[in-house]
Every structure is written in structure tokens, then in C-alpha cells.
Design a protein around this ligand. Structure first.
Ligand code: NAP
Length: 253
């Protein structure tokens, strides 16, 4: 097991399964202390147990990104135990059932419900934890976005996923990209880097396992110069900020 992240404290939201769990596993295997954010403490503890069995220093933090009380208490818990946060991965995300309709036909509640988790949740968690990330010598924030966030790709009829026109989900991830850019501009003179990651179409619950990548590929880049979630969470001090990357490099906005 490599130890290059020894001493780093990493919180991953929605880490009890899927890509978030794999991000936690990979950061933990490199020596980071991983805080498994989970809205359901039992599911979180099961995941943390599995990580501990793999020799990873893992703890569960109850965190529902739509519930400010749990966000605030997670922040207090991290402050008391560690006094800082080095890596925040805003991974928790949903696709609402009602989103699988033509864009003009989705219900406004589907839009609200999706944004509560995918947009407001990302902002609320980031805002609450920013003071702790500022205490790190090299704070890193990774926002899980999607190729479906890209306005350029959504406008391209030849885009591989051109038929995936999920109005609530796609636009929520476009908003996440905008949040990433605006926070990066504000934080440019700090030690914090914030980027958006497209993990690729990965087989998880969110797409009923239709994705054609494994979670291991989704969490770590396979290409030589690629950036994806784990890569962006461990960027060197001269790494980028305010960008949008998949394993092949820059994704068009
Ligand atoms: N899979 C893909 O092809 C793909 C592609 C592009 C981007 N992404 C993005 O990657 C991220 C992870 O997705 P995934 O594929 O790993 O999906 P997943 O297997 O469905 O996992 C989603 C995770 O988010 C958690 N979550 C949902 N709502 C939450 C809330 N309010 N508070 C806290 N946690 C919450 C879930 O917890 P529960 O177990 O409690 O439901 C689960 O742990 C998402 O942001 C997704 O949009 C995925």
C-alpha cells in the first residue's frame, strides 16, 4: 500500500457505494484517512467496515447533503477530530425517475428534487467545509460532474450520449460546473484547487448498471495525461483549478 497521502483527511459525500466508495477506497489505499459521507449511517458503516478490512483508515460521517443540520454537525465533527480537511469530493448525486421524459414534459418537482441534491447540496457542503479546507496546506475540492453537463456536447447531435437529454440532471451538472468556475476564481489566491470531474459512463445504481465502465475506471484515469476524480483530488500545487476534466483531459463546457 502506498503512503503518499498519509496525514491527509478526505471527505467523500455519498461514499457508501458506487463511484464515491471507489474514490474513498483509492484515496484510502494511498494512506489518506477517509471520511465516508453517507446519509444512512448503517450503509455508511458497512462501507467503512469494508474499507477497514482492506487496511484503510476509514470512519463514517452521517451526511445528507440536503439536510443542513447534518452538514453542520459533520463540519463540527471534522473540526473537533482533525482541525482541517484536505480533500472534499462532492460525489453524492441523483437522477430522478421523473427525468426520463422529454425535456418539456418533466415536472417542476423533478427539477427541484434533483437540484436539492446535485446543486444546492454541493454548494451547502462546500460552503460549510471551506473554513476547514482553508486550514489545509493544499485543499482540494472535486465536484462530480458529467459529460452530460457539457453545453457543447448537449448541442452536438453526434455526441455519443446525444440521446440522453435529462433536463433536470444535465442542467444540474451544468450548474455544478458553473459553481466550480466561480469558486475557483474566488479561491485563486489560496492553496485550494477546485475542479469538476466527469467519471465516464460507469455501471452503478444511478443508471441501473447500464454504464459500460467499471467503478474502478470511473474513479481513476486510465489514460496517461488524464484527470478524473482521484487525480483531481491529489493534484500537485501547480495543478489546475476551475477546470472540467475526464480521463482524456479537458471536457468542453
Ligand atoms: N455512473 C455514471 O455513469 C456517472 C456518470 C457521470 C457522473 N456521475 C456522477 O457520479 C456521482 C456518483 O454517482 P454513482 O454513479 O456512483 O451513483 P450511485 O451508485 O447511485 O451513488 C450515489 C451516491 O450518492 C448518495 N446520495 C444520494 N443522495 C444523497 C444525499 N441527499 N445525501 C448524501 N448522499 C446522497 C447515495 O446514497 P444512498 O446509497 O443513500 O442512496 C450514493 O451513495 C454522482 O454525482 C453522479 O451524478 C456518474
Amino acid at each position: 500500500m502506498s503512503e503518499d497521502l498519509k496525514g491527509k483527511i478526505a471527505l467523500i459525500t455519498g461514499a457508501n457505494k458506487g463511484i464515491g466508495y471507489e474514490i474513498a477506497r483509492q484515496l484510502g489505499s494511498r494512506g489518506a484517512t477517509v471520511l465516508v459521507g453517507a446519509r444512512d449511517i448503517k450503509r455508511g458503516e458497512e462501507a467503512a467496515n469494508k474499507l477497514r478490512l482492506n487496511g484503510i483508515d476509514a470512519q463514517t460521517i452521517q451526511l445528507d447533503v440536503t439536510d443542513q443540520k447534518t452538514i453542520d454537525s459533520a463540519g463540527k465533527q471534522i473540526e473537533t477530530e482533525f482541525g482541517k480537511l484536505d480533500i472534499l469530493v462532492n460525489n453524492a448525486g441523483i437522477i430522478s425517475d421523473g427525468d426520463r421524459l422529454p425535456p418539456s414534459q418533466i415536472d417542476i418537482e423533478t427539477l427541484r428534487h434533483t437540484y436539492e441534491t446535485n446543486v444546492f447540496g454541493v454548494f451547502a457542503v462546500t460552503k460549510a467545509l471551506l473554513p476547514l479546507l482553508k486550514k489545509s496546506t493544499a485543499g482540494r475540492i472535486v465536484n462530480l460532474s458529467s459529460g452530460l453537463a457539457s453545453l457543447a456536447q448537449n448541442s452536438d447531435p453526434n455526441y455519443e450520449f446525444a440521446s440522453f437529454k435529462l433536463l433536470a440532471y444535465n442542467s444540474s451538472k451544468t450548474a455544478v460546473n458553473a459553481i466550480t468556475v466561480l469558486l475557483a476564481a474566488e479561491l485563486k489566491d489560496t492553496a485550494i484547487k477546485i475542479n469538476a470531474a466527469d467519471p465516464g459512463f460507469t455501471a452503478t445504481d444511478i443508471n441501473q448498471y447500464q454504464g459500460y465502465r467499471t467503478v474502478e475506471q470511473g474513479a481513476i484515469p486510465t489514460g496517461g495525461y488524464a484527470y478524473a476524480a482521484v487525480r483531481l483530488a491529489t493534484l500537485p500545487n501547480d495543478g489546475s483549478s476551475g477546470g472540467f476534466f475526464d480521463e482524456d483531459g479537458v471536457v468542453p463546457w
